[in-house]
Design a protein. Structure first.
Length: 180
């Protein structure tokens, strides 16, 4: 099932790069994250054997998820350019170090958080387990809503992102002038 997510995710990258050249990067990223916010709650409606619908949902979110592979890093590069102008220093290494650290913390926290929530639903992940309907609903609930909540929070965080294309072009011109 996850293969459908990743194949569509990879195939969608050229489309989102194209979109990102035509609209603001943060707006394109928001559009991609909206696929999760809109699609994931529908997983609550799935039942046993709904593999077709689960696959369709994974493909839709895989399409939008490609934006999270592209735009955060591109926006980070723009912020580094802006910082170079405002500070007069090239602190790209510091930005990349902090970014890597935060990503590692998130990748550590995410599974812990999910497993902690699963423990509250008494879900048993062992292959021979016979989970009740309420335990399976707990699994669906966590999968569907945790992503929706975190993506929604990210959308709210970047909605008013101030570094527009026009502003970044001005920054690039200033950097060119400094380098010449």
């Amino acid at each position: 099932l996850l293969l459908s997510y990743y194949v569509v995710n990879l195939c969608a990258i050229p489309f989102w790069v194209w979109v990102g050249k035509r609209i603001e990067k943060h707006t394109a990223w928001i559009l991609g994250m909206l696929t999760f916010v809109i699609t994931n709650p529908f997983y609550l409606l799935l039942g046993p054997g709904d593999i077709y619908w689960m696959t369709l949902g994974l493909m839709i979110t895989g399409f939008g998820g490609a934006t999270s592979l592209i735009f955060p890093n591109s926006m980070k590069a723009d912020v580094i350019d802006m910082d170079k102008i405002s500070s007069g220093e090239d602190r790209a290494a510091i930005f990349f170090s902090v970014w890597s650290f935060v990503i590692k913390i998130a990748f550590s926290f995410g599974p812990w958080f999910a497993l902690m929530l699963l423990s509250y639903s008494s879900y048993d992940p062992t292959p021979e387990a016979m989970n009740s309907e309420s335990q399976l609903f707990g699994l669906r609930y966590i999968y569907a809503l945790s992503t929706t909540i975190f993506m929604g929070a990210t959308i709210l965080t970047i909605y008013n992102y101030p570094l527009t294309k026009k502003k970044h072009e001005e920054i690039r011109e200033e950097l060119e002038a400094l380098n010449n």
